[in-house]
Design a protein around this ligand. Structure first.
Ligand code: ZN
Length: 251
């Protein structure tokens, strides 16, 4: 089965459409959360995401936008964007966000994989460093856990003795391209497909991944998109300017 992994779209419709246009062939889509927040097209991104299938886990921004959590842990820019998003959302989309499941999510036909927003231990935890990955890799029963939340594309792998981290390398800075990462037998993995709508690894291109469970190859992908259009919408919505400028830097 070929699974298209989308995470942290953050209401960026241009980036989402670019990923879908650039994606290799896939059978199913799994969305790792933070569908909304930051960007200017929350309703359109929810509706497009729902057309792609039924597999979702909720992100912290999804919870904030639909009022499931308070905003006290959000920085001022994120909180402002969450409140703006709440105002924009249709009643149906608010209800849909409230109904999203907490991970870990499993899907039929994929016995070795699970899906979370932050970590299999805590849906809101950030797995940024190898040290952050130790506990989740130790306690998780799944051979591979796909996660998001950090907006950093890459992976951690452990065999109980060693823990390695890996980032995809790309040949260009502006083209659509993929980078294959074959999973090895006997290791447990945490794999982050990157952020569709607000990458923070210094690469402005939309990030996503494809997992082929037959070959056990993860293909990390980047797709260029119309950043200017996404920025213009953010500015036209009177969202904080920083949310527009950061898209061009991928930070
Ligand atoms: Zn996010």
């Amino acid at each position: 089965m070929r699974v298209l992994l989308l995470s942290d779209i953050h209401s960026n419709l241009e980036a989402l459409e670019a990923c879908l246009a650039a994606a290799p062939a896939y059978d199913k889509v799994v969305n790792l959360g933070d569908i909304v927040g930051y960007g200017a097209n929350p309703n359109e991104v929810i509706e497009r995401s729902r057309q792609l299938g039924k597999y979702f886990v909720r992100g912290n921004h999804d919870k904030a936008a639909c009022g499931l959590i308070e905003l006290k842990d959000f920085n001022p820019v994120a909180a402002l964007a969450a409140l703006w998003t709440r105002d924009q959302l249709t009643t149906e989309n608010l209800e849909w966000l409230r109904s999203l499941p907490q991970g870990p999510l499993r899907i039929d036909g994929l016995s070795d994989a699970q899906f979370v927003h932050g970590s299999p231990v805590d849906e809101d935890e950030y797995v940024v460093t190898a040290r952050d990955a130790v506990e989740p890799l130790m306690v998780t029963p799944a051979a591979v856990t796909f996660f998001g939340h950090t907006h950093l594309q890459g992976s951690f792998a452990s065999n109980d003795i060693h823990l390695d981290s890996d980032r995809p390398t790309y040949k260009t800075v502006g083209q659509s391209e993929g980078s294959d990462f074959p999973l090895k037998q006997g290791l447990r993995y945490l794999v982050n497909p990157g952020s569709v709508g607000q990458p923070r690894d210094g690469d402005w291109r939309a990030g996503f991944a494809l997992y082929d469970s037959d070959t056990r190859i993860v293909t990390f992908c980047r797709a260029p998109y119309n950043v200017k259009a996404a920025q213009d919408r953010i500015l036209a919505a009177n969202l904080p300017q920083r949310l527009a400028t950061r898209l061009a830097a991928g930070r």
